[in-house]
Design a protein around this ligand. Structure first.
Ligand SMILES: Nc1nc2c(ncn2[C@@H]2O[C@H](COP(=O)(O)OP(=O)(O)OP(=O)(O)O)[C@@H](O)[C@H]2O)c(=O)[nH]1
Ligand SMILES: [Mg+2]
Length: 358
């Protein structure tokens, strides 16, 4: 799973990357022509996994990991032709960083500093990039279909034409009511406006005590926009401070209640509709991310394709129930473990043991 930080130049993407990952990537490196993204894999903090780890202290605790990618700034109007288009298409979750801070020393390429306008402009650019790919494909399909009839091709043309109309209405494809077959048909396009987006506003220091208003104002850019504000400059400084408690005290002086990673990761996971299930194996206790509303078979496949292929059933116990019993063994004794089939919709916090034939 990856989160890709992108946005207009000098918004604070690399600053946020450092805050989230604890990395110390150079903020101005791109000015010297660096083009390759910063990238770091982070273990996701997980209170439930910590509890399971305490129940089974002799087993290794493996948190779910997320790959955080930080792209160089993209100029206004250039998303559709950006060298980063492929990197954006590969993103599972798009994290748009918008500049909210004022600083005459840091050039701002836009007309004014307005996170709300930047959110609008960037969402629009995602639509335009998708329209571009659809136009190119439709042109080619039209030509091919003139040469030879193909039911498959006509189906694709029909879906793409409807997606184009939807985009031309100014609506992102994440709002399109896809049928499963349609979704599969266009999956390989990796449409940008179909991806979950979290907008991160790098707020001005002066707004540190009113981040909620900054978020509300920016979110009014679009109905349903997910927005979180942070103060890059202040949080950059707390990276230097030792100790969690000390960090909180420092933040509180600025009216900030919680370090950004503690707010960012849950928000990003919610936007991405990700839940977690857990496995307690011989050697390790492990958290697995999974798209909400996925069946048990997909959860099995997330662990290993052999488990998916040979799936027999899932033995399921919700995290709270397991913790109430103190161990899997005890939960089983008390009949608290359910047997579920491959279509069972996995719930957030399920602890699962998959039975399968090799
Ligand atoms: N005053 C102020 N400066 C900031 C803040 N956040 C970042 N900066 C500075 O703004 C400059 C750009 O920050 P980066 O984090 O490199 O921004 P970026 O979006 O990664 O920039 P590009 O990758 O070049 O597009 C750096 O000099 C930062 O130190 C902030 O909240 N306030
Ligand atoms: Mg940068």
């Amino acid at each position: 799973m990856n989160f890709t930080l992108f946005g207009y130049p000098k918004a604070g993407k690399t600053t946020l990357f450092n805050i989230l990952t604890g990395a110390r990537a150079e903020v101005s490196a791109y000015e010297e022509g660096k083009r390759e993204p910063n990238e770091k894999i982070c273990a996701l903090p997980d209170a439930r996994l910590d509890v399971l780890g305490r129940l089974y202290p002799e087993r290794k605790k493996v948190a779910a990991a997320v790959d955080v990618v930080d792209l160089a700034g993209i100029s206004y109007g250039e998303v559709k032709s950006s060298v980063f288009l492929n990197a954006l298409r590969k993103a599972d979750g798009l994290i748009h960083v918008a500049r909210g801070f004022h600083d005459d020393l840091i050039p701002h390429p836009g007309p004014s500093i307005s996170p709300r306008d930047d959110i609008r402009a960037m969402e629009e650019e995602l639509l335009i990039a998708d329209l571009g790919s659809i136009e190119v494909r439709l042109e080619k399909l039209d030509k091919d279909l003139k040469k030879a009839k193909s039911a498959e091709g006509e189906k694709e043309r029909d879906v793409l034409a409807r997606l184009r109309a939807f985009l031309e209405d100014g609506k992102p494809l994440r709002e399109f009511p896809f049928h499963e077959a349609e979704e599969k048909l266009v999956r390989s396009f990796a449409f940008l406006s179909q991806k979950p987006v979290l907008h991160m506003i790098n707020a001005d220091e002066a707004d540190a005590g009113r981040l909620a208003s900054v978020e509300a104002e920016a979110a009014s850019a679009r109905p349903g926009a997910s927005v979180l504000a942070f103060c890059g400059k202040i949080e950059r400084e707390i990276q230097e401070i030792e100790g969690e408690e000390e960090k909180r005290i420092f933040l509180a002086e600025f009216g900030l209640s919680e370090p950004t990673p503690g707010r960012f990761f849950p928000a990003a996971l919610t936007v991405m509709e990700t839940i977690f299930f857990y496995t307690i194996g011989k050697d390790e206790v492990r958290a697995w991310p999974l798209k909400r509303n996925s069946p048990a078979l997909r959860a099995a496949g997330a662990i290993h394709s052999d488990i998916e292929k040979g799936f027999i059933r899932a033995e399921v116990v919700p995290f709270e129930v397991l913790v109430g019993h103190g161990s899997l063994h005890e939960a089983k004794d008390k009949g608290a473990i359910r047997l579920e089939g491959k279509d069972y919709i996995v719930q957030d916090g399920d602890v699962i043991y998959f039975r399968f034939t090799a």
